[in-house]
Design a protein around this ligand. Structure first.
Ligand SMILES: Cc1cc2nc3c(=O)[nH]c(=O)nc-3n(C[C@H](O)[C@H](O)[C@H](O)COP(=O)(O)OP(=O)(O)OC[C@H]3O[C@@H](n4cnc5c(N)ncnc54)[C@H](O)[C@@H]3O)c2cc1C
Length: 324
């Protein structure tokens, strides 16, 4: 079995342009809710800008099956929500370029940005590069990535129709995506290192009461095992010792890692490599702001990401106004 992340092709192509190398008042790095919100406000403020977004437009939110806690929508597919945000940004005049920021430096009061294919100069930068799934580093995890190991149930659930799967994790993301999988798989194991879930009680109870679900409490993934075709099982460390469980798929939701590598020398990071913020969207560098999951602001949600993106563009607008 082989599968890959399914990105909404429509979103991928909407509003993205070829390189816009040049000098701007503002560069927004990222393409998730925080960047999209920053882009809407930057365009409406008339700030000269470009949004540099990597291969995953819409960010983590676009890879989420259903979002039920974003005000205004009791339930909406994550990709529908981010598609609508991007459409709104493009209609407001936001300029998107599909490039990955590789490094940043500050020279003579300007920020230089190098992407995988171009260079930019800007007065201000908003870092909104979000976070990527954390890995456990256990044997078999990387070997079987894409052949049974996945970080995205929304993308890969169809490959597991009427098969067995295991979800590792106990937070909101793990529980939401596990619920999504219960509609597809025949059996679902839930491996959590504690004796109760951290997720919203409403969702946690719904999952635990699902007849397809078998929880493995106080247990940790020790190894992913498989053959030429892909994953065939996992080995868990349980309170009763090592346990082998047959499974076709392993979905990992064990936290995230902030995407801060290109900005390491430009702004202060905290011990977990998140951008250390001041007054919510400020950073140690007065020319740089940060928004969303890339920051150490906590409570990593779409509603907070869009709020911070808006605040970051507003802060840049105020500084530009003061210069006039
Ligand atoms: C499984 C799951 C379920 C979730 N469910 C919910 C939910 O129900 N409700 C809710 O509110 N939140 C939910 N979240 C959280 C929510 O998705 C995030 O809080 C939100 O997407 C954060 O937005 P962001 O813009 O800060 O970062 P991200 O969404 O991580 O977006 C970052 C973007 O930056 C891009 N990028 C990264 N590095 C670079 C680079 N070097 N150059 C250019 N671009 C780069 C990435 O490709 C990505 O497009 C869920 C998350 C997960 C994983």
């Amino acid at each position: 079995m082989s599968f890959s992340v399914n990105i909404d092709a429509g979103l991928m192509n909407s509003g993205g342009t070829n390189s816009k190398t040049g000098s701007y008042q503002l560069v927004i790095a990222g393409g998730g809710p925080a960047a999209l919100s920053a882009a809407i406000y930057a365009a409406r403020y008339g700030i000269t800008h470009v949004v540099l977004e990597s291969w995953k437009p819409g960010g983590q939110a676009a890879l989420t099956a259903e979002i039920e806690n974003y005000p205004g929508f009791s339930s909406i597919a994550g990709s529908d929500l981010t598609n609508a945000m991007k459409k709104q940004a493009v209609e407001a005049g936001a300029v998107f370029v599909m490039e990955t920021v590789e490094s940043t430096t500050e020279i003579n009061g300007k920020i230089k940005i190098k992407t995988d294919s171009a260079e930019y100069t800007t007065d201000y930068l908003i870092i909104a590069t979000g976070a990527a799934p954390a890995t456990l580093g256990v044997p078999g995890e990387s070997k079987y990535y894409g052949r049974g190991v996945s970080f995205c149930a929304t993308c890969d659930a169809p490959f597991f129709r009427n098969k067995k799967a295991i979800v590792v994790g106990g937070g909101d993301s793990a529980v939401k995506e596990a619920l999504h999988l219960t509609h597809v798989v025949s059996e679902l194991g839930l491996v959590h290192r504690r004796d109760k879930l951290r997720a919203e009680p409403l969702l946690a109870n719904k999952l635990i009461n699902n007849e397809k679900v078998t929880p493995y409490w106080n247990s940790q993934l020790a190894e992913v095992v498989g053959d030429d075709q892909g994953v065939t099982g996992v080995i868990l460390n349980t309170p009763d010792g090592k346990k082998h469980i047959d499974t076709d798929g392993v979905f990992l939701y064990v936290g995230t890692v902030p995407a801060t590598e290109p900005f390491a020398g430009l702004v202060d990071l905290d011990a977990k490599k998140a951008v250390a913020t001041q007054n919510i969207v400020g950073t140690s560098n007065p020319r740089v702001f940060a928004a969303g999951d890339v920051t150490n602001n906590g409570f990593r949600q779409v509603v907070t990401a869009v709020s911070e993106g808006a605040r970051a563009s507003a802060a840049v607008f105020e500084l530009l106004e003061m210069q006039e």
